[in-house]
Ligand binder design. Structure first.
Ligand code: NAI
Ligand code: MG
Length: 406
């Protein structure tokens, strides 16, 4: 089946802090680049090269600022996310690209934090041990910059198995509040706990973004001549586990539903569905073509999007955008991939698509569409591919081929 290649415009807002217009009439956007660790350092330059190669007719010029974060940064400076990085992003940048970071906390370190039963007994509020240390900078950045949504489009191209869905993952809470503790019981065995926090506010925000996106995708499809998988109108699938976690996931479910009920007219054409997360996984692999917009709490959204990556061949092609009301960070869904780092074989497509998503959310639909079209054309041809997609090409060769098609 020939797949739809409708590229709904996701962006809602053209926000810009530092935009200036050059003598050639080009707007200058300042983009923060945070490569992080591992293959982050190999794929972020690909995103930069693609932005630099956009033609003048798109009206944009780019200035880049190199910023640090991650495990290597932690080893060198003692912090995983320097204040300076956050400050420059907040005060100087119009948008940013984040690569990936290594996330390691040695189990021996965790063990060193455990209170002995004696200490615990003397402690005023036993059990108390909270594990500190290295902490993921991207999780912190999402919170510090108010990037409450992680938008992850998963779409096949050409005659691959048809998939055209967007996973809208809550980005600031759930188990990612990282309030964990561990202590020793009187019998000498250990026990660990983590807080799963769901707020009405974050759930409402993410629900609203999901419904708005569904309406936008539906509108874009209805004016396109390209066949669509979703001809019966937009669908929002609320994913949760409220049959077991009836309070936390229950609040998520009820709140996302309330977004719809509060705006019935605006979302009139949207088909609201629900799926318990385990059966969501099953159905996503059995019949991925039925899903359009999937909205989920943080952890389920993370897991679902890595799973969805398998439907379209590789984690190396799935982009994301961390979106707030005034800022956006493009970020490939994959991690630092230590198994392939330093070999120039990481697939740069996830990052290049994230670059396009960043532009879309900044309000620059035209250059974004140009990048998406170049990537799709490159992928349909299947001539120059990195090993994750069965080829032998390098990161550099794939990037060059996409740039040629811009
Ligand atoms: P991963 O995403 O780094 O790798 C999983 C598998 O996919 C590996 O076999 C890897 O080679 C492959 N892969 C990933 N991206 C690829 C690309 N662009 N091209 C070709 N192949 C690609 O996940 P893993 O191995 O679980 O984690 C490695 C490190 O990354 C860990 O320290 C983890 O904590 C961290 N991580 C960081 C994330 C972030 O910065 N947002 C997200 C996920 C993991
Ligand atoms: Mg992940």
């Amino acid at each position: 089946m020939m797949l739809p290649s409708v590229r709904p415009v996701l962006g809602r807002m053209a926000f810009s802090l530092t935009t200036s217009v050059s003598s050639r009439g080009l707007k200058t956007l300042k983009i923060g680049l945070i490569p992080g660790d591992g293959i982050g350092k190999e794929v972020i330059p690909a995103g930069r090269h693609v932005l630099e190669a956009l033609p003048a007719e798109d009206g944009l010029n780019f200035q880049f600022v190199d910023l640090i974060a991650g495990f290597e940064c932690f080893k060198a400076t003692g912090v995983a996310l320097p204040e300076e990085t956050v400050k420059v992003l907040k005060e100087e940048c119009d948008g940013a690209l984040f690569g990936a970071v290594r996330y390691v906390v040695a189990w021996s370190y965790i063990l060193s934090q455990i209170e002995s039963p004696d200490q615990a007994a003397n402690s005023t509020s036993s059990p108390t041990t909270k594990v500190a240390g290295y902490s993921s900078p991207i999780v912190a950045l999402r919170k510090k910059l108010g990037l409450y949504a992680n938008v992850r489009p998963v779409k096949s191209v050409g005659d691959d198995r048809p998939v055209d869905m967007v996973i809208v993952r809550e980005n600031t809470e759930d188990l990612y509040v990282k309030e964990e503790k561990i202590w020793t019981l009187e019998d000498g065995t250990k026990i660990a706990e983590a807080i799963k926090r769901i707020t009405e506010k974050a759930s409402y925000n993410i629900g609203k973004l999901a419904f708005d996106l569904a309406v936008q995708r539906g509108a874009a499809r209805s004016t396109s001549s390209i066949p669509t998988l979703h001809s019966n109108g937009p669908i929002v699938t609320i994913t949760h586990k409220s049959n077991v976690l009836s309070t936390t996931d229950g609040l998520f479910r009820e709140t996302v539903r309330k977004v719809y009920e509060d705006n019935v007219e605006k979302y009139a054409g949207v088909n609201v569905q629900e799926q318990i997360v385990d059966s969501m996984v099953y159905r996503m692999f059995r019949e991925p073509e039925i899903f359009d917009v999937v909205v989920a709490p943080n952890l389920y959204g993370d897991i679902l999007s890595d799973g969805a990556a398998a439907l379209v061949g590789s984690l190396g092609v799935i982009p994301s955008a961390n979106v707030g009301d005034t800022f956006v960070i493009g970020e490939p869904c994959h991690g630092s991939a230590p198994d392939i780092e330093g070999k120039n074989i990481a697939n740069p497509i996830a990052t290049i698509r994230s670059t396009a998503l960043m532009l879309e959310f900044m309000g620059y639909a035209k250059p974004a569409a140009r990048i998406h079209a170049a990537v799709d054309a490159h992928m349909v041809e299947k001539k120059i591919s990195t090993p994750d997609l069965g080829g032998t090409a390098t990161t550099t060769q794939v990037t060059e081929d996409i740039i040629k098609r811009l």
